[in-house]
Design a protein around this ligand. Structure first.
Ligand code: BTN
Length: 277
């Protein structure tokens, strides 16, 4: 594994290289995260589980410059971009909430990413339920949250995040060129990944440290930034297709669709959700 760090100080240098010490130094909250950076792994979502548990109060995070088997939801491959351009990382956390509430982690991470992206005007992030962040009509980030059993039968949650930070449109694979964007493309400026990474971790630690009762308020904020709210969508669950208008989020972040005839359909998850044009 490359560099590791767990402590903060007050200054850091703007730089292209992402190193654990610089990210740690840019954090607002001391000791929240134990930070690790590596050049290459198969998937940070798996590798983060092998890292030692330290004195961190929120969790352990592993950043990688390259993944040889980076994955998205439903077995999709995640395009990581050229090394030193984007953020690919996974956080291992053990929320103090009951296991049945861990499904909230995707929504809460989306909220943290939304807040962090808002720090880069004119970026105006929207959350495409359940796990994508959009800038305009293009995807800028995806979340893959998984629950893993570790030795001793203890469960850990792994939150994997990929963000297109400095990748340029012509560096994107052709098949996603019209569907994806990066923070740099939208702001027109090169983004310091160290400051941005610390900004995301700060927001995530704030949110994960808030009491479970805060969830309703957090959902209300998410709802205001929902990409598909009010739009006609097509959701696929296996071979089943459900069409309707996205009208709300349920109390656990479910997607509520108005399917016509005065009927509603509440989706806890879906294999694919597309906005119909
Ligand atoms: C999606 O949009 O389907 C989720 C993409 C999640 C990608 C990230 S990159 C870091 C972490 N490691 C992985 O293998 N996947 C997640």
């Amino acid at each position: 594994m490359g560099s590791s760090f767990c402590r903060t100080s007050s200054t850091y240098q703007v730089q292209a290289v992402l190193d654990a010490e610089s990210v740690g130094a840019a954090l607002e909250r001391e000791d929240a995260w134990s930070i690790h950076v590596t050049d290459e792994v198969a998937s940070t979502n798996d590798a983060v589980l092998d890292l030692p548990v330290g004195s961190e109060t929120v969790g352990t995070v592993l950043f990688a410059e390259r993944q040889t088997a980076g994955r998205g939801r439903r077995g999709n491959v995640w395009f990581g971009g050229p090394p030193e351009s984007n953020l690919l990382f996974s956080c291992r956390v053990r929320p103090a909430w009951p296991l049945r509430d861990w499904g909230r982690l995707t929504h809460l991470t989306a909220l943290a990413l939304k807040r962090a992206l808002e720090g880069y005007p004119p970026a105006s992030p929207l959350v495409k339920w359940p796990n994508d962040l959009y800038l305009g009509d293009r995807k800028v980030s995806g979340i893959l949250a998984e629950t893993k059993m570790q030795g001793g039968g203890e469960a850990s949650a792994v939150i994997g995040v990929g963000v297109n930070v400095n990748v340029q449109q012509d560096e994107l694979p052709e098949e996603i060129r019209d569907l994806a964007t990066s923070l740099r493309e939208v702001t027109g400026t090169w983004i310091d990944r160290v400051g941005f990474a610390a900004g995301i971790l700060d927001r995530l630690s704030d949110i994960l440290s808030s009491p479970a009762e805060a969830f309703a308020k957090q959902l209300a904020e998410l709802k205001k930034a929902h990409y598909s709210l009010g739009k006609p969508v097509r959701a696929r669950l296996g071979v089943k297709i459900i069409e309707g208008t996205a009208i709300d989020l349920g109390s656990e972040g479910e997607r509520v669709l108005d399917v016509g005839g005065g009927k509603r359909c509440v989706l806890a998850s879906a294999d694919e959700v597309r906005v119909r044009r």
